[in-house]
Design a protein around this ligand. Sequence first.
Ligand code: RUG
Length: 838
Amino acid sequence: SIPENQREAWKKYQTKGFSTKEEFEKDVVRHVETTLARSMFNCDETAAYAAASLAFRDRLITEWNRTQQRQTFTDSKRVYYLSLEFLMGRALDNAMLNVGLKNVAKEGMSELGFRIEDIIEQEHDAALGNGGLGRLAACFLDSMASLNYPAWGYGLRYRYGIFKQEIVDGYQVEVPDYWLDFNPWEFPRHDITVDIQFYGNVRKYQDDKGVQTAVWEGGEIVKATAFDVPIPGYSTPTTNNLRLWSSKAASGEFDFQKFNSGDYESSVADQQRAETISAVLYPNDNLERGKELRLKQQYFWVAASLYDIVRRFKKSKRAWREFPDQVAIQLNDTHPTLAIVELQRILIDLEGLEWDEAWSIVSQTFGYTNHTVLPEALEKWSVPLFQNLLPRHLQIIYEINLFFLQSVERKFPKERELLARVSIIEESQPKMVRMAYLAIVGSHKVNGVAELHSDLIKTTIFKDFVRIFGPDKFTNVTNGITPRRWLHQANPRLSELIASKTGGYDFLKDLTMLNKLEQFADDKEFKKEWQEIKYANKVRLAKHIKATTGVTVNPSALFDIQVKRIHEYKRQQMNIFGVIHRYLTIKAMSPEERKKLAPRVSIFGGKAAPGYWMAKTIIHLVNSVGAVINKDADVGDLLKVIFLEDYNVSKAETIIPASDISEHISTAGTEASGTSNMKFVLNGGLIIGTCDGANIEITREVGENNIFLFGNLSEDVDELRHAHTYGRHELDPNLTKVFDSIKSGTFGDVNSFSALIGAIEDHGDYYLVSDDFLSYIQTQDLVDQAYKNQDEWVSKCIISVARMGFFSSDRCINEYAESIWNIEPLTPEDGNTSGLGK
Ligand code: RUG
């Protein structure tokens, strides 16, 4: 306990952070002059960004401390969100808006001689993720803090996030993204470290009472160090924590003995090997490659996180059986599944609990979110690799499997094949550990991320498990997005207009309030303002296009956008084939017909995994088509094709508000949810899409008249694929014409694109491009017609935005909290921090 006089002194000098413009300026100047050792004479925009960020960081960390104290003091149940990816984007703008001091900062910076917009642009995206899965985790952090949930994120602090994409001669080139050069948003916690063990072997021995104990010995130790990133809630003092782990050699800096003996190279080898673990994010989206380093990353991160979680729980001195009342852990996909095994290991090997008691605690603690049904994305690890890297964990997995299979056998005694089907160990050559099955067996709830997806996992990949555990274990939580970043930050003018009609900015905390907009769907004045905002956003994007590609696009044209990871299942190839079809159609049109056509700009963006050759070919084709069409004076403004380099979160904030129509055109049943579909509609754009993922629920909310749906349904996919395999596959004639033009060399070297065409013509058209092509181009014609009637179009957009309330990640987090985590918000008034330290 702290004596009263000391307490007073602490309180008196407690950091509070600025709240007025003057205080802000004072903090900025202090940081420029002391932290950065510069002055007004050499403070450039980078230094100004750094100082402004540090001023905000000071504020955040004060609230961060209070939030953590409140959570500890009230001893409330916490949720831990384990994700290998957090695609955070930029922090400064978000922090300014969430704490409600952007105007203060804007005026303050202006008095110091800087434009806030230029300062924001200095920040490097924190790009610790590939795509939807990582961005979802970032939206969840924002919602958990905004709703005052006691929640922590745990991840890896990659030295290199997702690579930077450059387009050179139409091809993707990957460049390393060293984002940590200067990062004012993280706090290194050199005092919070965990030793993580790898390799070695397991010795079993019996004590005097005949109890068997396993000891994991030998091998290699790597040190995990914590780096904390404050996560400010919107319009609340709650500031949560994202803890990222960084790896270092446990033995210190380097081997001095080797160094002294002149063996310089191997003196640093241990250090380098250890640092490799958190060095780089695997750049695959929806693909697992089974590399040892990836498994090492997974164990390193979950072991450090669990050590931390258990250490925090043990401070409360509660009995172990209370663990699930205090701790909920959500597994973002199967990447953190080892956490299940690690907790069981801690409880039985280190804490001495009986297997059954331990297992009951473990399985009540975890929830597992599945994000894909694609077979290539379902994680499996080879047993020999596991045996070598994590020998004790493999034993525990075998034991978990044994008890699980015994229970299945008791329930379904006559079904031998069922046992093989659901076994966590696949009897292949080599044997494999099926991580999704382990995640299901070790969790109390399993959820999919959109209704169709959650139904599909129950009827396909996890069908047997529904029989075994019953349907209640499986649930759906449809994804959501944070309206703070994806409306207020990305589209401030639209946010302001909405606020003017809905009674202030409360809609950012309760997105269902958007429904008040529906009454303005026919309001002339309102529609005019709405259109002006969209146009201004398109002008902003047109400028970006000009600056980055040199191509001039007309902001009055229909902006048709598909930005997301490049993947065959997402079907960017169908989009570009559609563009070629449009080009050929325009070329064949009379001048009179051309006059009736709505000019279009087809915009693509997204990264291909470096080893995904077909995806890279799609990028090459888009660029090759653009190079021809954009130079064709005969076509002029009627059609332009743009590939935007290096799509990332901050670019998305410029691109998404500028869309008229966006494309979400995956083969039905393949896109688990999609979240950019929600972002585009929230920003007043319409969608052309398939009946897939969250498109289905978006349709239900906005109404069928306000979305352009096309294509085969997921229930027809198997039959169509079967038909292709057995030779009844006739290509759509429109697509054949497109292929003919590519084959004739219209878009450059024919051979470059032969695999792309071959996949459809000769190899079964797995993604059903040909089957959906006619429906796609016909629906694009409907888009053209609809766009010509601007008055109706704008009404559709307003009605759609008004009905998007459901897709807030706040709704989503409340569902997780209630139906999976069983946690309550801890609002700042709840926590009486005055007795802290007593
Ligand atoms: O592909 C899915 C998206 O459909 C989904 O919206 C997103 C968030 O739930 O997750 C994506 N995903 C799935 N990313 N990686 C995987 C498989 O590991």
